[in-house]
Design a protein around this ligand. Sequence first.
Ligand code: FIX
Ligand code: ZN
Length: 432
Amino acid sequence: MNATSFEKTRLNTLQRPSAEEIESAVQDALSATQCVDMHTHLYPAAFGKIGLWGIDELLTYHYLEAEFFRHSDLTPEKYWTLSKRDQADAIWKTLFVENTPVSEATRGVVAVLKAFDLPTEAPDLSEARKFFVAQSPEAHINNVLRMAGVSTVVMTNDPLDPEEMPVWMKGVESDARFQPVLRLDRILRDWSDPWEQLAGLGYKVDNRASAMCVAEIRRFLSDWCRRMRPIYMAVSLPDTFEFPADTPQGILFREAVLPACREFGLPLSLMIGVRRQVNPRIRLAGDAVGRADLRSLERLCQKYPENRFLVSVLSRENQHELCVYARKFNNIMPFGCWWFLNNPSMVEEITRERIEMLGTSFIPQHSDARVLEQLIYKWRNTRRTLAPILAASYRTLIEDGRDVTRQEIRRDVEKFLRSNFERWIGREFSAS
Ligand code: FIX
Ligand code: ZN
């Protein structure tokens, strides 16, 4: 055998990992690929205090508040009278000192402290606070994105949010690592509330969603598309979501939002199945889940094939239906294991089912991070959960008679962590 063919065979073998080598090949690809985090509640430094980071924000995350109220005798009413610092101290003491932090959310905080070489078993937060106070926002953002293996973060921008709206109206320097999304919950969830606010902003709207009102909402959406340059529009919808519906928000959805998405070439993200504020006493932690009737999605896709939808469903019971609908309608891109599903046992179940039914044509995860440093543990957990799932799929493929190359593994991982989303929105983001 001459030198070149030997070299070729050697390279070929290298390119085709054996069943034993597959998992480490997948791990290499996952750690070498920076992801585009297509749904978060994070902001760049230019947005000031709207962007949450640091130990007190990490501990008062609503996932942890929900767990805190299970252990603590402190009433929610009393808890809300405390300062953020005292709330964080109470949560640290209850969930990390008096109890073992084994839940997904508590382990997340431990992983972040570990990532910054901070004590994970300290009786109090003094050392952690000293560390975070010493960080400058800009440098810290760079550091966290690098540590999390994230090149681009997609925001959630509410044009009617009293804190956020002035930032956009004033004009804010854009940061290519933080991409905007026009979030429309206030308009599409319960129209009886925001229409007066919009009227106050000079839009001739009314509470009936008349033809004039529809045209004015189109104008509002155009104004914000020009001001914010969003990469998609988004709305979270209750488990009772119905399409079509002759309610004011149903009319605005059909007659204003869908056409505006087509006009600006933007996908619409539908996050379906949240029951908001089933327990308002615990505020953000008070939302729950309900199984939705996805036949509304079926009718939506039948009627509007030219609209592209990013779809995430909150209920475990809706996951299989979503996979089936994605096989029927190629204008559906399933994404993420949202919120109460962002736990390894659920991510595993949902991702395996999606690979079996959709191959590589879906977006496995988004972080939904609300606090900057959460990117570190949420993406480390996602990579940790994805590796054995992908490896098992490849091993089965090899068993069935086809090798997989390292390039193919890199390509699939690239699709899952960034290019499926980039293709769906028709944009490419630079990976540093
Ligand atoms: O609607 C959403 O974007 C949800 O992700 C949030 O409302 C929710 O509070 C959250 O943080 C979930 O992780
Ligand atoms: Zn979210």
